[in-house]
Design a protein around this ligand. Structure first.
Ligand SMILES: C[S@@+](CC[C@H](N)C(=O)[O-])C[C@H]1O[C@@H](n2cnc3c(N)ncnc32)[C@H](O)[C@@H]1O
Length: 420
């Protein structure tokens, strides 16, 4: 792998901004001036204080939050909106959950409007993750750059979403989707995530063992591309850096590394840096995620909501980009995977979804726990979540009696049926 050489002087040429145009693109100020219509809301779903679940169009809920004290308050937003699939989605019991009908410019503007409001809700050290697949991810990347700034794009993650397919189409199996990670500013919450080492991978990446300490290490060059006229371009221990290169460190720092036993000298007298493996820390997570597939087997516990995302993946995101006590939001909440992860990790949460089946799934998640995916057989075999959650009802309901009835039915419906 070659590393490019940065130019010594930055180009003075202005970068020509790239933008995306389509019919119906509304001015950002107009979007923020918008007023909100009604929605339903319940609070204290899991008895942890400031959590709120809105049922209604998220544009209304976001505008409501903006004018009710939440500007710059949200530390982390994860969204997994519809992907423009032109499909309807049903839950485990074949009940209609949501339609994914928007496409083209209409889809882009629908999401852009909401992203603009989300930006205002994000704290200055906050981050947003947008989860999409190949259909709209690349178009929306341009919108994300426009709304949050290209310089704030921190990662474009490729996730393996399902098992390998035996494709009948004449193309490669489609097993990936994408997660864009943007921060609001250059100073953002970041708790680097690590995954545990597997022994064979450790041996492959750190093939040498230090005789003195018994620690595994790899050898990396101590020079980098580009000529330098200062200290790093001069001879160190009588050796000049290879042609067209410079030492990565000053001679003083190289002496320090050598004294600390971190320089390997080849039999021909060439220095290499010894980078030691830190087995307890694990491997820093990279931008290809292979271990977070959605409901991989029948035994996996889910709410049964369609397109429910991998719970461990949400825990990774919540841990990496927020701290305990922070406010986490998912305004395309679905079954509330983000909300569950936020709760388990001691964060406050706000969830929004416009579908009643989503509302029910979230309430079930927090009151009854998850069910094994099974063979699509319905029944009341709920498994209490690992979290210690008890049905907490009546919730404080901010809506109408129908909502309250629906919540009670969701929680106690099965038991009432059994008793009658
Ligand atoms: C892909 S699903 C989210 C699944 C979720 N990540 C999970 O793990 O369960 C997308 C969700 O967005 C919701 N949705 C679509 N348009 C919406 C809108 N305008 N306001 C609120 N929710 C919306 C749908 O009802 C659906 O539940």
């Amino acid at each position: 792998m070659a590393t490019g050489i940065p130019p010594k002087t930055k180009s003075v040429k202005q970068k020509i901004p790239v933008s995306i145009t389509y019919d119906g693109k509304i001015d950002a100020d107009k979007i923020l001036e918008g007023s909100y219509l009604t929605f339903e809301k319940i609070v204290d779903v899991n008895g942890s204080g400031d959590n709120q679940l809105f049922c209604g169009d998220n544009k209304d809920a976001l505008l409501y939050l903006l004018s009710n004290g939440y500007r710059n308050k949200v530390k982390l937003i994860y969204i997994d909106p519809p992907f423009a699939t032109a499909s309807n989605f049903v839950n485990r019991n074949q009940e209609h959950a949501y339609s994914d009908a928007l496409c083209g410019g209409e889809y882009v503007e629908f999401l852009r409007e909401r992203l603009i409001i989300m930006r205002e809700l994000l704290a200055s050290d906050g981050s947003i993750y947008l989860h999409l697949d190949g259909k709209m991810a690349f178009t929306m990347k341009l919108i994300m750059d426009e709304v949050f700034g290209e310089e704030n794009c921190r990662a474009f993650i490729t996730r393996k979403k399902c098992s390998t397919k035996n494709y009948t189409k004449n193309t490669y199996g489609n097993i990936s989707d994408y997660i864009m990670f943007y921060s609001k500013t250059g100073k953002y919450i970041w708790n680097r995530p690590y995954s545990p080492w597997e022994l064979d991978k450790m041996i492959e990446q750190y093939p040498y063992v230090d005789e003195k300490t018994g620690r595994r290490y790899k050898k990396v060059p101590v020079h980098a591309p580009g000529i330098r006229n200062g200290e790093t371009g001069k001879a160190w221990r009588g050796k000049l850096p290879p042609q067209g290169k410079h030492w990565q460190y000053t001679p003083e720092k190289l002496d320090e590394l050598d004294a600390a036993g971190e320089i390997y000298w080849s039999p021909t007298g060439n220095p290499r840096r010894m980078v030691f493996c830190e087995p307890d820390k694990g491997i820093p997570v990279q931008d290809i995620w292979l271990d977070y597939r959605d409901s991989v087997n029948q035994a996996q516990k889910t709410t049964g909501y369609p397109t429910e995302k991998n719970y461990e993946m949400l825990k990774l995101i919540v841990n990496a980009s927020s701290n305990p006590g922070d406010l986490v939001m998912d305004c395309f909440a679905g079954s509330g995977t983000t909300l569950g992860a936020a709760f388990e990790l001691g964060r406050q949460w706000i969830g929004v979804d416009c579908g009643k089946e989503s509302f029910k799934a979230v309430i079930k998640r927090f009151t009854k726990g998850l069910e094994s995916y099974g063979d699509y057989v319905s029944g009341n075999t709920y498994v209490q979540c690992e979290m210690d959650l008890l049905p907490k009802c009546p919730f404080e309901v901010w809506g109408n009696e129908t909502t309250k009835d629906m919540i009670l039915q969701t929680i106690y419906g099965d038991e009432e049926d059994e008793n009658t």
